[in-house]
Design a binder for this molecule. Structure first.
Ligand code: XUL
Ligand code: CO
Length: 435
């Protein structure tokens, strides 16, 4: 059955076309810095927002019109797989991501849930084999079930801990079946709301124990996987343990997990942590831990996670510079963890939103390539730190100096000459290079 029967395959038609169901900038085969765009931009569709989200908010009911919903939950789940693969193919996106809860109904107990998951993911596999569409990552939703009211691996209740571990095991089994390369942990309820009753150290140690068991299990079943932690500072918990990239990296180092874990950095989460997306990507990259990204954007006027489709070229340019400097995302990709606005309720808006996101990333890629090729930012930084090229600087960088030598040198410095950063000019020059 076809679910998007008014939509044809989306093609690149260039910036001048009036066709809104066409790419204006994303041209998959166009070569940028020696590689076709589609290899730079490994886009993925997020199952939860695209096929499950209904447009309801705390003040109003569902608005979205979707033709795959029926009264039978398993039939709906199967319809969604059909709709999803039709959507991926027509959009020309080769990857997708999902939570276990997104794709199959829970049923009456964990066993029923696992059986439902088996049936639906078997069906997905058939579609994947037929179309060549791949799984970027899957994850276990350990936040929406009410049993996770006090956390999952951070729960004070060991039965809850065990159920959350079982969901992770099942998720890894599914990843193996579907050939996934990454598995995401977003600690939805791993944090606390009341400091007075919480043993942070105990809870963090328990989370680390789960991660170690997950690594051990992948080795046991011989499934090569990169685990990705997705930092977020708050929401739903008042304080979440994986606050930002730096906090999460400290956790991974503390528990000796750096070998098997990287980060999945999300734009809107960076903003909630008081950072920019490019800052978070850069921190991850400096630790060789940039795994994948959740591409969306937040609203600077709001303090919560709005998960909008990315439409800001300035932002995607700075993101693509980080990704290019990382040598790409390797096994990771660009997952649109983004939802259409409540007033974009027509089913076809799902196409328009993804096209907007893909075009914005394509423009960001092209601008990033221009900036890198111009050498402007590299030279700017080289010049800024050029004083370290003198004798004292060289010794410092080679570890050949000490406080006594530096003091002797400091006493010989008669006048300190700092240089202006000309920041306003730099930003204006960047505008020239982007637009
Ligand atoms: C929540 C969020 C999640 C993760 C996967 O803010 O971003 O959807 O990406 O669990
Ligand atoms: Co996300």
């Amino acid at each position: 059955m076809e679910f998007f029967n008014n939509i044809e395959k989306i093609k690149y038609e260039g910036p001048k076309t009036d066709n809104i169901f066409a790419f204006h900038h994303y041209n998959p085969e166009e070569v940028v810095l020696g590689k076709p765009m589609k290899e730079h931009l490994k886009f993925a569709v997020a199952y939860w927002h695209t096929f499950n989200q209904d447009g309801s908010d705390p003040f109003g009911k569902a608005t979205n019109i979707r033709n795959w919903n029926t009264k039978d939950l398993m039939e709906t789940a199967k319809n969604k797989v059909d709709a999803a693969f039709e959507f991926f193919e027509k959009l020309g996106v080769e990857y997708f991501c999902f939570h276990d809860m997104d794709v199959a109904p829970f049923g009456n107990n964990l066993e029923e849930f696992f059986n439902n998951l088996d049936a639906i993911t078997d069906y997905m596999k058939e579609k994947m084999d037929k179309t060549g569409i791949k799984l970027l990552w899957n994850t276990a939703d350990r936040h929406s079930n009410p049993i996770y009211v006090n956390g999952a691996a951070s729960s004070p209740n060991v039965d809850v801990y065990a159920i959350s571990a079982a969901q992770v095991k099942k998720g890894i089994d599914i990843s193996k079946k579907l050939g996934g390369k990454n598995f995401v942990f977003w600690g939805g309820r791993e944090g606390y709301e009341c400091f007075l009753n919480t043993d942070i150290k105990f809870e963090e140690e328990n989370i680390a124990r789960l991660y170690k068991m997950a690594v051990a299990y992948t080795k046991k079943i011989n499934h090569k996987l990169t685990f990705l932690i997705e930092p977020k500072p708050k929401e739903p918990m008042a304080h979440q343990y994986d606050f930002d990239a730096a906090t999460t990296l400290a956790f991974l180092q503390r528990y000796d997990l750096m070998e098997d874990f990287k980060l999945n950095i999300e734009a809107n989460h960076a903003m909630l942590a008081g950072h920019t997306f490019e800052h978070e990507l850069n921190i991850a990259r400096n630790y060789n831990a940039l795994g994948s990204i959740d591409a969306n954007q937040g609203d600077s006027l709001l303090g919560w996670d709005t998960d909008e489709f990315p439409t800001n070229i300035y932002d995607t340019t700075l993101v693509m510079i980080e990704i290019l400097k990382n040598g790409g995302l390797h096994d990771g990709g660009i997952n649109f963890d983004a939802k259409v606005r409540r007033s974009s309720f027509e089913q076809e808006d799902l196409f328009l939103a993804h096209i907007a996101g893909m075009d914005t990333y394509a423009r960001g890629l092209k601008a990033a390539a221009r900036i890198i090729e111009s050498g402007y930012l590299d030279n700017l930084k080289k010049d800024r730190y050029s004083s370290y090229e003198n004798e004292v600087g060289k010794k410092l960088l080679n570890g050949e100096t000490n406080l006594e030598d530096l003091t002797e040198y400091a006493l010989s410095v008669k006048e300190v000459k700092n240089k202006s950063s000309h920041i306003e000019y730099v930003k204006s020059k960047l505008n020239d290079l982007i637009y």
